[in-house]
Ligand binder design. Structure first.
Ligand SMILES: Nc1ncnc2c1ncn2[C@@H]1O[C@H](COP(=O)(O)OP(=O)(O)OP(=O)(O)O)[C@@H](O)[C@H]1O
Length: 915
């Protein structure tokens, strides 16, 4: 093992301080004095004296600030990122010592300047401290009237609130330490890692705040002092819970050499260029420190090694981002086992300040350095801004800006909110610094809204893994390195601390025996190789982990999809079952209905057979009553090609049988039917069925129900399976005879031979029936015709010649053979066709006319003109306006019978007919 003291002996400043050109600002004197101090420090490379901490460190109790609280124990409000603001004195001359009689008083004697005060309203100042958490930034007054006009709309002053604390220019380092670093140290000692970053424009005092100078030490030396005072105190108190702590320091800087990309340099003595992989910096030396002196020497050595250069803005401007890690390793010595309980790392980052080319006057390589510095500052700010926006709106992804610079890659856990970070902003209050100060405050003040509410839970597996690796890798390297170093130390420095070496040799006793036979360089090489192998494995594990995450996510997606699909399928299955149930119910219903239909059909058949056998009433009623002796014919006399099949037998036995004489002398019912007879059509075509009727015999019969006489016909296919015959017309012809009428039906015959039954009824009922419903089924069970008449009972008043209607309900009986006076038939005197039922085929023209009126049996019901009206029209002329609406007709007859003139005339006419 080596000691920090030994590493300081080979100090060589890589970038020796150069004297800067005189900056234009008024702080030139202070700069030169600072350089003088720094030069003095560099002039004694062999031995770096420890910082005079004791006489400068103010006890917390003597400070006006309250005692420090660890951040982790504070209230919820303090869970935000803590942003401190430190205002550099306008004239940053070295401050007078509190105790001028101290050891270093010679350096400052005679050069002590009064502490610069920034008074409110004092000219030359753009930043005024309002309170402990607020400042006001005022734009400097314009230089000329023209620019005053241009700048008239510029914001004159801005107030920035919410800082964790604002350190005024006169504040001293211990005060800053108490406020900023002490709480971090408390957390650090209790095992929590944290980061302190100093940000600000060049020359604003970042390095001064972090490292200070021998007379005015900054946060790092003060923290080391506190750490070791704590360690000594605990050692004096025997043990610290049986958990002895071991501290290590590692330092490195990230810089850019002539703009050739970023590099990492180990700031420890004999440090070399390093590389970064993930969060691990390969080859970074970590030196164990056991005393304050060792630590201070190591830090001083690193500061001397850090790249600095003089610019117009800062005589010793940092040209790199410097990072110091102080690691505390706790071990358990219980049961004699050396078991690590984990490490906490306190990271302190002194960033190079953003700079303007105009101010720094940089050229060449310095200018390239400026670009690198500004770029790193910008990426750092972008990371924090992205974290803030992500926390404000979690739907916004956390941008991976950290990839754009080595510094942000190394500090990724802090920049993504997994570990606590504290910012200290340093600004210059001069008017010349207005732009830099304004830029910094505008950019960085919102960062105080970043929250650390879920520090413990937020670190996922990946983060945890990275953290472990970060801790493990240096530890492994350190162990191997320590073995090597210990061997070297054993050979060259036998008077070193034997106890310490012995204890460490015990830790690695097995390895050391082997390593004694190996050259140190070989050990180093093998260590580097092992580290490289480990790094590659880490990379491999990272890839595996990323793949695992992808697979897990895909699995979740597929699982959810399968669940949703399963639900849909279940719903469909349920619906299917319901449908099947409904189908079963319907099937049962259909079966029942089928049974009912079968029963009804059976009943119907029974009724049909009964009616054909027992009740010839229908046949009789639908028989053609041309006369008792005549026969009916269905003919086609007028067609050209009707020679062979013109005349069709129309008189069958049933027809003849059906034409039975009815009770003679009975005038109760008179029915005249066209139909009931079967006429067979041999060919398809349009046929006309006509029957002349002699009305002479029934001229004196009382007429009832004549107004509602209907004619229906139905074609029946010969095979009794289909009904294709259509009534497509209805002809009525009136001849100049009051005894003859001709009634025709125009039928369309199908291709198949068919039978036709047609009927027309005129009912006479002196004593009356009000309603007659008839239904006919032929012997083959086919419904053939239906006729319905409204009839009223009637009585004939011979004296008056008036047919009075009245009646009772009753069945219709068989008719007599008297020809009725058809209400809707016309008189025809044609002797040849008299009493013949003819079937004629219509000419083509008439076919078209007829077929254009679709007619089927069911629709053939129509309301005919009352027979009385037709007859009266014929005989009396148009005097009787029966077609007019009822309200336009005369209300009552002259006789006061309440009957219409038409009815009276009809009755008179009927009475006048020869019997
Ligand atoms: N609070 C202060 N009190 C006294 N002197 C200060 C204070 N802050 C800064 N200075 C002095 O100002 C000069 C510049 O400070 P410093 O080098 O720390 O600036 P910086 O921000 O680190 O600049 P850069 O980013 O260029 O490195 C130094 O000489 C330093 O001593």
């Amino acid at each position: 093992m080596t000691s920090p003291r030994s590493t300081t002996t080979c100090t060589a400043r890589r970038n020796p301080p150069r004297r800067a050109r005189e900056p234009p600002s008024s702080s030139s004197s202070s700069s030169s004095s600072t350089v003088a101090v720094a030069g003095a420090a560099a002039a004694a490379p062999t031995q770096i004296a420890p910082f005079p901490l004791d006489d400068l460190l103010l006890p917390s109790s003597s400070s006006s600030f309250p005692p420090p609280q660890p951040y982790s124990n504070t209230s919820d409000a303090s869970l935000n990122l803590r942003v401190f603001l430190r205002v550099r004195p306008l004239d940053a001359a070295p401050r007078p010592r509190r105790n001028p009689s101290g050891a270093d008083s010679k350096l400052l004697r005679g050069r002590s300047a009064p502490r610069p005060k920034v008074a409110k309203g004092k000219s030359g100042v753009c930043l005024i401290v309002n309170s402990a958490s607020s400042v006001t930034l005022s734009a400097p007054p314009p230089l000329s009237s023209t620019s005053a006009l241009l700048d008239s709309k510029r914001i004159k002053s801005e107030v920035y609130n919410g800082f964790s604390f604002v350190f005024p220019p006169e504040s001293r380092q211990p005060e800053v330490f108490d406020r900023v670093m002490d709480p971090l140290l408390v957390d650090f000692m209790s095992g929590k890692s944290s980061l302190l970053v100093a940000m600000g424009p060049t020359g604003s005092g970042k390095t001064h705040t972090m490292f200070g100078c021998p007379r005015d030490p900054g946060m790092v030396p003060l923290a080391l002092k506190k750490i070791f005072s704590y360690a000594v105190g605990n050692a004096a108190r025997t043990t610290d819970d049986n958990f002895p702590r071991t501290y290590y320091i590692s330092m490195f800087e990230i810089y850019s050499e002539r703009g050739k990309g970023e590099r990492i340099l180990d700031l420890c003595p004999d440090g070399v260029d390093l590389s970064i992989h993930q969060l691990t910096i390969k080859g970074l030396r970590e030196v164990m420190i056991s005393t304050l002196a060792e630590a201070e020497s190591l830090v001083a050595c690193g500061m001397l090694k850090r790249t600095t250069a003089a610019t117009n803005a800062n005589s010793q401007s940092s040209r790199s981002q410097c990072i110091i890690n102080i690691r505390c390793d706790r071990k358990s010595l219980l049961d004699g086992n050396d078991l690590s309980l984990g490490s906490a790392v306190l990271t302190i980052a002194d960033l190079a300040g953003a700079e303007r080319e105009k101010k720094t006057g940089n050229q060449g390589s310095r200018l390239l350095e400026s670009n690198f510095i500004n770029n790193t500052s910008m990426v750092f700010g972008l990371c924090l801004r992205s974290l803030l926006e992500h926390q404000k709106n979690p739907r916004k992804p956390l941008q991976k800006h950290f990839k754009n610079s080595l510094l942000t890659r190394y500090l990724r856990d802090y920049l993504e909110g997994r570990k606590r970070m504290t910012l200290i902003l340093t600004v210059k209050p001069g008017e010349d610094d207005y732009l830099d100060t304004s830029f910094l405050l505008r950019k960085a003040s919102p960062y105080m809204k970043i929250k650390y509410s879920n520090l413990d839970d937020f670190s996922g597996l990946s983060s945890q893994k990275r953290s472990n690796l970060t801790l493990i890798c240096p530890e492994n390297f350190k162990r191997r390195k320590l073995n090597d170093l210990e061997l070297a130390v054993e050979n060259c420095d036998a008077s070193a601390n034997e106890d310490s070496r012995e204890s460490k040799r015990d830790i690695v006793v097995d390895d050391s025996e082997k390593l004694q036979e190996i050259e140190p360089s070989q050990v180093l090489n093998s260590s580097s190789e092992s580290l490289a192998t480990l790094d590659s494995k880490v990379g491999h594990y990272d890839d595996l982990y990323a793949q695992l995450q992808r697979v897990t996510r895909n699995e979740m997606i597929m699982r959810n999809f399968a669940k949703a699909l399963w639900q849909v399928l279940k719903q469909y299955k349920q619906k299917l079952l319901e449908s099947e149930g409904a189908i079963e119910i319907l099937k049962e219903t259909i079966g029942k209905k089928d049974n009912e239909i079968m029963e009804l059909q059976k009943k119907l058949e029974e009724l049909s057979s009964y009616s054909s056998c027992q009740m010839p009433l229908f046949v009789e009623e639908f028989s053609c009553r041309v006369d008792d002796q005549s026969t009916c014919h269905a003919t086609r006399p007028q067609t050209a090609n009707s020679d062979t099949a013109d005349s069709v037998a129309s008189s069958d036995s049933r027809w003849q049988n059906n034409v039975e004489p009815i009770e003679q002398g009975s005038k109760n019912v008179l029915s005249r039917d066209y139909g009931g007879k079967n006429i067979e059509f041999g060919e398809s075509g349009v046929w006309e069925i006509s029957c002349p009727v002699d009305l002479t015999e029934s001229a004196n019969d009382p007429l009832i129900g004549s107004e509602e006489t209907c004619v229906e016909a139905e074609g029946v296919a010969s095979n009794d399976t289909a009904s294709d015959l259509h009534q497509i017309g209805h002809k009525e012809e009136v001849n100049n005879s009051n005894t003859d009428c001709s009634y025709s039906l125009v039928l369309e015959s199908p291709k198949h031979p068919a039978k036709v039954q047609c009927s027309e009824r005129l009912l006479y009922e002196p004593h009356g029936y009000q309603e007659i419903n008839q239904e006919h089924n032929d012997s083959k069970g086919l419904k053939s015709a239906q006729s319905e008449s409204m009839c009223n009972g009637s009585s004939k008043d011979d004296d008056e010649g008036i047919l009075s209607l009245s009646g009772n309900k009753g069945p219709i009986l068989a008719n007599d053979s008297k020809r009725p006076l058809g209400s809707d038939v016309l008189l025809n005197e044609d002797p040849e066709t008299k009493n013949e039922f003819q079937v004629k085929e219509l000419p083509e023209r008439e076919k078209h006319d007829s077929t254009s009126k679709p007619c089927n049996v069911k629709k053939s019901k129509r309301r005919l003109l009352p027979a009385s009206t037709m007859l009266l029209k014929e005989f009396t002329g148009p005097d009787i306006d029966t077609d007019k609406p009822k309200q336009e007709r005369p209300k009552a007859s002259a006789e006061g019978t309440g009957r219409s003139n038409g009815s009276i005339s009809l009755i008179r006419l009927l009475n006048a007919l020869p019997k």
